[in-house]
Design a protein around this ligand. Structure first.
Ligand code: CAA
Length: 247
């Protein structure tokens, strides 16, 4: 079998890094998509090389902009080849109680966390269907399922991710392309560590496992969904949240 090619957005964040490493461990060629304003490509690549990962291909752009996604996809195909696995992982928070939330905080989260799924999936889904094999993995959140005070924008976007996943899964099911979501709980990444310490402590107290999720525990789920063994699973949302919430 030829080497599969995976494209991961938000690749240089905590979750994205773990997902890239999981795919590299599985023998895939990995294209790491990053936002040049938020991520330091050279520092990340040096860190990856020190950890034994030498072959990541990097493409830069803003997933909330369709033109950037077109350009990143073209660059990925030119440098790596046809993309078989897309992970829509890029995401941001702009937490505020709704009464204080500004329109730009709403727009930023909806555009980066939800509209990006349109922008990126557009680039690869039809080609995956033509080749008769593909995997689209969308990163949602426990807070898209249960809702979270302070996150009307984020909860709405992440719930939207699940709706998108279920609809596209039906469209692609007969074409060898699966579309699934992962709904992580609170993962030990910079995004979660940015929550005020006392609030975060309160959150961890409510998690039955009494700990944050490790990024590699989400990487492992991506690895499974991308595998042949997961071929019959589509439209699913995998909850990985330490027992915080059951669907
Ligand atoms: N429900 C209802 N009211 C609440 C509340 C809740 N869950 N939490 C706090 N309040 C109340 C407080 O009691 C307080 O009331 P008083 O003023 O009457 O005392 C008021 O709201 C203000 O509370 P804060 O001090 O928390 O307000 P703040 O403005 O400093 O902070 C916030 C607001 C930024 C939203 C903060 O509460 C916060 O960070 N909350 C956590 C949100 C969260 O879980 N984000 C997840 C980020 S990680 C992520 O998103 C990854 C993922 O997928 C899981």
């Amino acid at each position: 079998m030829t080497q599969r090619i995976a494209f991961v957005t938000g690749a240089m964040g905590g979750l994205g890094t773990a997902i890239c490493q999981a795919f590299a461990n599985d023998g895939y060629k990995v294209v790491a998509a990053y936002h040049p304003q938020f991520d330091d490509k050279n520092a990340w690549l040096a860190e990856m090389e020190a950890a034994g990962y030498k072959d990541f291909i990097c493409v830069a752009g803003d997933v909330s902009k369709l033109e950037d996604c077109q350009a990143m996809a073209a660059e990925a195909e030119a440098k790596a080849g046809p993309v078989d696995i897309l992970v829509n992982n890029a995401g941001i928070t702009r937490d505020k109680f709704f009464a204080k939330m500004e329109k730009d905080q709403w727009d930023a989260v909806i555009n980066t966390n939800l509209t990006s799924l349109f922008n990126m999936s557009k680039q690869f889904s039809a080609k995956m269907a033509e080749r008769g094999w593909g995997r689209i993995i969308n990163i949602s959140s426990v807070n898209g399922i249960k809702g979270q005070a302070g996150q009307t924008n984020y909860s709405a976007a992440k719930a939207g991710v699940i709706g998108f996943t279920k609809a596209l899964a039906q469209e692609m099911a007969a074409k060898g392309v699966t579309v699934n979501a992962i709904a992580p709980g609170y993962v030990a990444t910079k995004m979660v560590m940015a929550i005020r310490e006392d609030i975060l402590k309160g959150i961890v107290d409510t998690i039955p496992m009494k700990r944050l999720c490790k990024p590699e525990e989400i990487g492992g789920a991506c690895s499974y969904i991308a595998s042949e063994l997961a071929a019959y699973m589509t439209g699913a949302t995998l909850s990985i949240n330490g027992g915080l919430y059951f669907q």
